[in-house]
Design a protein around this ligand. Structure first.
Ligand code: SD4
Length: 337
């Protein structure tokens, strides 16, 4: 028999159960509802690139156009010495650029070790759209770019030349990871921009562009222009990109791995973490000295990142906020930014 007290107790339990199920349903719906358009990029300098991409995404434009436009911002930035025009040269003084791009249909294009052309991401797109190939390298990439109307110009800026000559004073002609990446004054020069965007139609594209490691061996190519290593997109699942010491990313086909892990149910952050863990497992000593970071987004617009070391950041831009910077999670406290 109900008394008043029991009734109140029962009603309050029922009320909380109702509230709980309502909120659970809401949260399920929220999780299910895709967050797009959205664009995410590696490092703090991703903010400016994202904003450019947002101009296209916010008007209903295609994610492929957005990532190309966004990637061109750091490529043109004369203060950015790790991407595009003002990138630091290799140890012989050549500025050699790497980039790749991938669209929602699995089309992709790339250039590697290309000299004299300021926007490798746009050349990569033309390799994808105008040739039956995926990757053009060195002189061939340069020649193709010129045929497509790009201007050949000297990319080594006076500032980059000074930094290179300073490095030459104590140079070591062996590929030491990360020391190649270390700038005069002990600061690390980062890094590649990897961008992933989902447009209003829910289509995913990605772009990745870099001058690679400063003072690299002439001819050295990292992960950034390698589809599956520096970038991978599968429109059914999501996309991933990487930054840091490309050799370790290539060895583990990092971005492809991250996308495949998401396909099997990993969250973007957990997929990035697992990709880092594989690198650590194979090279437990080397990883203490080098940085690698992964960034990923899934079809729902959920994103996440993970790095070997503290210091990796990424930028997020969507309808709510256009200049968000988020520190990536990491395995080691040592800062390798
Ligand atoms: C590379 N991942 O060439 C690129 C550049 C970079 O630290 O991020 N360097 O390996």
């Amino acid at each position: 028999m109900y008394n008043r007290r029991k009734f109140i107790k029962l009603s309050s339990i029922t009320a909380s159960l109702t509230a709980l199920s309502a909120s659970s349903i809401a949260s399920v719906l929220k999780t299910e509802a895709a967050n797009h358009p959205i664009v995410i990029s590696t490092w703090d300098f991703g903010v400016a690139a994202n904003k450019e991409a947002w101009k296209i995404l916010s008007k209903g434009g295609r994610s492929l156009d957005a990532v190309e436009a966004g990637a061109k911002i750091p490529e043109a930035d004369l203060k950015n010495h790790s991407v595009g025009r003002a990138g630091y040269p290799d140890r012989d003084g050549h500025v050699t650029l790497d980039a790749c791009i991938m669209d929602e249909q699995g089309n992709c294009g790339a250039v590697a070790g290309m000299e004299d052309i300021a926007h490798p991401i746009s050349v990569a797109r033309l390799v994808m759209e105008k040739t039956p190939h995926v990757l053009l390298v060195g002189d061939g990439a340069r020649q193709f770019a010129i045929e497509q109307g790009f201007k050949a110009e000297k990319l080594l800026t006076p500032e980059s030349e000074i930094a290179w000559k300073k490095w030459l004073v104590k140079h070591e002609y062996k590929p030491i990871m990360n020391s190649e990446n270390q700038m005069p004054g002990g600061k690390y020069n980062h890094d590649t921009i990897g961008m992933l965007a989902i447009d209003a139609k829910g289509n995913i594209s990605g772009a990745c562009t870099t001058s690679g490691m400063a003072w690299k061996m002439h001819g050295r190519v990292g992960d950034s222009p390698i589809i599956g290593a520096g970038l991978y997109v599968d429109n059914e699942v999501g996309g991933a990109t990487s930054t840091g010491v490309g050799e370790e990313v290539i060895r583990n086909v990092g971005s492809f791995l991250v996308v495949e892990l998401m396909r099997h149910g990993y969250s973007p952050q957990d997929a990035c973490k697992e990709a880092c863990r594989r690198i650590i497992k194979k090279k437990p000593d080397t990883v203490k000295e080098i940085q690698v970071g992964f960034l990923a987004i899934n079809k729902k617009g959920e994103y996440g990142a993970y790095a070997l070391h503290k210091g990796f950041t990424f930028a997020v831009c969507d309808a709510k906020k256009q200049d968000l910077i988020i520190p990536g999670k990491y395995f080691y406290e040592t800062v390798k930014d």
